[in-house]
Design a protein. Structure first.
Length: 299
């Protein structure tokens, strides 16, 4: 596929995400069920002509990433929360990725301001030849100016066809020195900002999964699965290729079957990531196309 078509389809995915983001304030409100927000985002992406590149992430307060509601989830958005909505769309496998944080009346609105400013300042540094460590330096410097910390073990990333997290890794502090951005790269910069210690770890909730490339791209993988029900789950998951999917997107996905597929290395699990000290987290993210003298903001 030619470079022009790659760019065109990424821009189309980004255009759709921009429209969805415009509509989000109408639904991200106290009292609304999390499943309603997720299904609104995912259905709207399809209505506008793309497909979700991953399940809508709705991570609240100390949760930083990988939370998506389960089927029939009764949990609702609450007054006083900081809500991260991370969304992705793809057109023929070409991915755009963006995130926005909503302050529903918290006592820390400046956390959201710090994330947004860090993203803006980071974007201003992007051009071909820039070291990713410089992007991270600007993010950390901006965040600390506000009295907060970046989340050190969450990163920005490259975007490739059917791959939502590819190289290069773009840290939120000056790491990765020697890796330089190249013209035509498609990247996502996403500062995570916290009033905690700046580290996340898995917590015991997982509703997002993906297939390893060697499984997703090889029908013969099904022969490795003896149980009929497990084969059915795996076969259905193959329609998402290597992109992440939600358990609720599958017709039937019993816990015991999914756990066995994860255990056997046929499926990857993405547990919810929470700030280890209980600090609140804000996030901002845009997809960019690296240019010779700057960057085009896709989302």
């Amino acid at each position: 596929m030619c470079a022009e078509e790659r760019i065109e389809k990424t821009l189309k995915a980004g255009e759709i995400l921009r429209q969805v983001k415009k509509e989000l304030p109408s639904i991200v409100k106290p009292g609304v069920k999390l499943i309603e927000v997720a299904e609104f985002v995912e259905n709207r992406i399809i209505e506008l002509g793309a497909f979700p590149a991953f399940p809508c992430n709705i991570s609240i307060d100390r949760d930083a990433a990988h939370f998506t509601p389960k089927k029939g989830d009764e949990r609702v958005l609450k007054e006083g929360s900081i809500v991260k909505v991370d969304i992705g769309a793809h057109v023929d496998g070409f991915v755009a990725d963006t995130a926005v944080t909503f302050d529903l009346g918290s006592d820390m609105p400046e956390l959201v301001d710090a994330a947004n400013e860090a993203l803006e300042n980071a974007i201003s540094t992007v051009r071909a030849g820039v070291d990713v460590a410089e992007v991270g330096r600007v993010i950390e410097e901006t965040v600390k100016k506000h009295g907060f910390r970046p989340v050190y073990n969450l990163t920005g990333h490259g975007l490739e066809r059917w791959i939502a997290h590819a190289k290069p890794t773009i840290y939120n502090y000056p790491a990765g020195k020697g890796v330089r951005l190249e013209e035509g790269m498609i990247i996502a910069i996403e500062p995570f900002v916290t009033n905690g210690v700046g580290k996340v770890a898995d917590r015991n909730e997982v509703e997002i999964f993906s297939l390893p490339p060697e499984v997703a791209e090889n029908e013969r993988s099904l022969r490795l699965v003896r149980m009929k029900q497990a084969r059915e789950v795996l076969r259905e998951a193959m329609r998402f290729r290597t992109l992440p999917f939600a358990r609720r997107w599958l017709k039937k996905a019993p816990e015991i079957i999914v756990s066995r597929l994860v255990r056997d290395g046929l499926m990857r699990a993405y547990p919810v990531l929470a700030e280890v000290s209980g600090g609140k987290v804000a996030q901002a993210e845009h997809t960019l196309i690296v240019e010779k003298d700057g960057a085009e903001v896709v989302t």
